[in-house]
Design a protein around this ligand. Structure first.
Ligand code: ADP
Length: 840
């Protein structure tokens, strides 16, 4: 047991190995700990212990803790400082570590190592007497000790001299003064060496000095050096402030500089400069008064904070963001409607209705700049150019553009930021976006507002409401900033695939502009005017090197893509460009019309002839590059048995064709439905069966043995293939009826017909939505006849002329008309139900 005459120190100490900082008795220091043994010491000893004793640890300087706990220990420094851990802060960022604040008590020497895992534990011997640090001096006591007394007096006087040269209003200096008067002289070398600017090596020298005399001898030159440095500085200050800067770098050579008073709690010199620069920026950022006040307050706090405190960097980051934000920086709008029209036309083919509406919107903005109109929201399948129109709008206005992807955002702090009290807190996406664009009037594209999620962390839609509402957004408060930022100059545009999942309150503030999918012809045009030239440019090719004929484009559209937009088409062109770029780079030939693709590259390689320009991508080359066709025209192939019909469905990704299959077997009249159906779809199936049973006689529908009730002794199985897709919505009603009618009558449905429409129990056909997308899907799939509800006739006007010319539209008011149109030569029993419906 080591013997302090008063306070006792444990004889066994867990050791913290430190190679960066040196702790001296009587002072405090912060240690960042991330190596395995040190981490174990904190987690198993400091955090678990309950007594005061368990917070006492030994800090061993000049000893590096190995990076792996399997590594052996290096030689331990002989002398260390026992200290009390007064604060432990843990963090996971950027990697798990602890920051310890330790106050040194006394020196110890290691007598023997007891264990080195999970942390180092050693038998130690106490070297200083603790009461030295707790009993103030009595004048006579130390002066009576001859040389030592003289030395300590000299040291004390020097310390007083230094104090006299410092600014008492700095808190650390005031603390120094208090200490100087209250501490016993024996403690002074340790305390002063840790407060003035000394290197770790120098501190180590003081620590290793075991006799008081030696300690004074080693610390005194450090103190006088500091005083000399200060004198020098004061002299240069007198000669002119501009010289000050020149003196500072000298410090690197060992001479102290202007603010050399390196008290433990004071930020370093460079930081002083840094903070001054930051302060200047704060005043130059032209922020509103409220924000400025907050910044000034934070700056004040920052100045007082030690740099090693975690909060220092938090506050620093906050202030950096505040000065970077474009409080009053904006671009000048340059709106010329004529030019805007040309630009929109040049950037985008087709979409006339959309472009017209966008121009109207811009024109109104031109007339009334402070327009508090609704937010435009483009709704349509992926890849139809919603984002790209948004970007064009920004260009026509001469504004910065920034896209904020909202898909999957389910935490409101994504929009509004985290409060600064959290570790790793950040501003939200809106403020981040403003920081990125660095002006306060950009165009923000809120992408995929229909995919906002909801979670326990609050509803992001509610936060978005505040952003979008012109009445509120002039004082949008991000949690991180905690001061209002004016968003009223930002032009918001939203995009979505469907309006169904946009939260109603949000939808209410938007003007929805539908962007339907493209027809094959439109896609060919878009491809040749925009996509191909873009891809060529991106791949460093020229039209003189690569030519893709229209035929090939048609082929890609129908055999390699099945989509409403043009995104995957664009990717296919990318693939072609890459393949050709390789050929061009290698100097080989790509398979062109005159060269069979059967030739393998090695045969051609021998020739190593430069490719024939331009390389033309024909059907053969296409298969070579993209592989065998992915999509086949399958409609007609599948309609070869009774009990199959083709419906048209609408999904957020555009229109789709939907097969319905039915089969029957002996049973007890049960209906089985498979293929991921929603409730509405199941109801449609029951409706269809009821109607057919009710009208079985009219249409001469029978069961398997020819009985009058189709369901008698029969089980029916209805299946909607493509089971991975959830299907809901009533619009498959007519298809189910047709499919079952075909099953019960044993007749084939026409192989080129597709249909959509909701049914009622009495056999009426009701209108449905998404007609344009559905018809486009039918056209893509090679269907020739489309059966639609009569009340949807007006929707046909929106279709491009060539589609209207290609397809035969039958509009039906009741199921009888549907069946007549769906089967070759009509369906028997026509006329009867007609009378029924006309009564209704
Ligand atoms: P969305 O946002 O609707 O999913 P994008 O705007 O990302 O689609 O469009 C995908 C690609 O298709 C972009 O390269 C875009 O330029 C192009 N594109 C889409 N529609 C058109 C069009 N009408 N004219 C020219 N390019 C288009």
């Amino acid at each position: 047991m080591a013997s302090g005459d008063g306070i006792q120190m444990p004889s066994r100490l867990p050791l913290l190995l430190s190679h960066e900082a040196v702790l001296l008795p009587g002072s405090s220091a912060r240690f960042t700990v991330d190596s395995p043994r040190n981490m174990q010491l904190v987690s198993q000893r400091l955090l678990r212990g309950t007594s005061l004793k368990s917070t006492i640890i030994g800090v061993l300087p000049n000893t590096r803790d190995p990076q792996h706990d399997t590594d052996g220990l290096p030689t331990l420094h002989k002398i260390g400082t026992a200290g009390i851990a007064v604060q432990v802060v843990g963090s996971n960022w950027p990697k798990p570590h602890y920051t310890l604040l330790i106050t040194g008590l006394c020196r110890f020497s290691v007598t023997s190592l007891l264990k080195d895992r999970p942390f180092v534990l050693a038998e130690v011997e106490q070297l200083d007497k603790l009461e030295h640090y707790t009993t103030p001096i009595t004048e006579g006591a130390s002066s009576s000790e001859g040389e030592l007394g003289e030395l300590s007096l000299k040291f004390y006087q020097a310390a007083v001299q230094l104090l006299g040269m410092l600014d008492m209003s700095v808190p650390a200096v005031a603390k120094f003064r208090r200490l100087l008067d209250s501490l016993p002289r024996e403690a002074l070398p340790d305390v002063v060496a840790s407060m003035i600017r000394t290197s770790n090596k120098e501190k180590l020298q003081v620590l290793d000095a075991l006799t008081l005399e030696e300690r004074f001898k080693r610390a005194l030159p450090m103190l006088t050096r500091q005083i000399d440095g200060l004198k020098l500085l004061q002299k240069t200050r007198k000669t002119g402030p501009e010289n000050e800067k020149r003196v500072r770098p000298v410090r690197k050579g060992g001479v102290v500089s202007g603010r050399q008073f390196n008290l433990d709690e004071e930020p370093e010199d460079e930081d002083g400069d840094d903070i001054a620069a930051l302060e200047k920026k704060v005043h130059g950022a032209k922020m509103p008064d409220a924000a400025l006040r907050v910044c000034i307050k934070e700056l004040k706090r920052l100045k007082k904070m030690p740099q090693s405190m975690p909060e220092f960097s938090l506050t620093r980051n906050y202030l950096d963001l505040m000065v970077e934000l474009p409080w009053s920086k904006s671009t000048k709008d340059c709106l010329d409607i004529q030019a805007a029209r040309t630009l929109l036309d040049n950037d985008h083919y087709a979409m006339d209705k959309l472009k017209r509406r966008v121009l109207e919107y811009l024109a109104v903005r031109q007339l009334k700049t402070s327009l508090k109109g609704p937010i435009i929201c483009f709704v349509g399948p992926p890849g139809v150019g919603k984002t790209s129109v948004g970007r064009s709008i920004a260009r026509t206005l001469g504004r910065e553009f920034h896209r904020i992807a909202l898909g999957g955002v389910c935490d409101q702090s994504d929009i509004r930021g985290h409060r600064r009290t959290y570790v790793g807190s950040m501003p939200g996406r809106i403020i981040n976006g403003l920081k990125t664009v660095a002006v306060n009037n950009p165009v923000f594209l809120l992408d995929e507002v229909d995919k906002l999620g909801k979670s326990l962390q609050g509803d992001p839609a509610a936060a978005l409401l505040e952003v979008l509402d012109p009445e509120q957004n002039h004082s949008f408060t991000d949690h991180y900033l905690n001061v209002a930022f004016d968003l009223s100059q930002v032009l918001f545009i939203a995009t979505a695939n469907t309006t169904a999942t946009i939260p109603p309150a949000l939808l209410d503030r938007m003007e929805v502009l539908q962007v339907p999918g493209y027809t094959r012809e439109e896609k060919v045009e878009i491809a040749h005017r925009h996509l191909i030239p873009n891809q060529l440019e991106q791949h460093g090719l020229t039209p003189q090197q690569l030519h893709i004929p229209q035929d090939t484009t048609q082929d890609i559209i129908s055999s390699y893509t099945r989509e409403a937009g043009v995104r995957s088409l664009e990717r296919k062109f990318g693939a072609i460009c890459r393949a050709v770029a390789v050929k061009v780079a290698e100097g080989h030939r790509v398979a062109t019309t005159d060269v069979s693709t059967a030739e393998c590259p090695s045969q051609q390689g021998d020739k190593a002839a430069p490719p024939e320009m331009p390389i033309v991508i024909d059907h053969v080359a296409l298969r070579d590059i993209l592989g065998p066709p992915v999509f086949e025209m399958e409609v007609s192939e599948r309609l070869t048995l009774p009990g199959v019909a083709v419906g048209l469905a609408w999904t957020p990704l555009g229109g789709e064709i939907l097969f319905v299959e039915a089969s029957r077997m002996e049973g007890e009249g049960q209906l089985t439905l498979t293929g991921q159906l929603g409730d509405v779809m199941k109801e449609s199936a029951h409706l269809a069966i009821s109607w057919l049973r009710a009208n079985a006689k009219t249409y001469q529908l029978t069961n398997m043995v020819g009985g009058p009730d189709p369901l008698e002794g029969t089980d029916i199985h209805l299946h909607f293939p493509a089971g991975a897709v959830t299907k809901d919505g009533p619009s498959a009603g007519v298809t189910i009826v047709t499919c079952l009618a075909s099953l019960f009558s044993g007749r084939l449905v026409r192989s080129d017909v597709a249909m959509t429409g909701e049914i009622t129990l009495r056999g009426l056909v009701l209108p449905v939505g998404g007609i344009k997308d559905k018809v486009l899907a039918a056209h893509r799939a090679g269907v020739k006849r489309v059966i639609l509800p009569k009340r949807n006739s007006k929707d046909l006007e929106e279709l491009p002329a060539n589609i209207r010319a290609d397809l035969d539209f039958v509009t039906a008011a009741n199921l009888d008309e549907v069946l007549n149109a769906a089967f070759d030569g009509g369906f028997p029993g026509a006329g009867h139900t007609h009378t029924l419906s006309s009564k209704l």
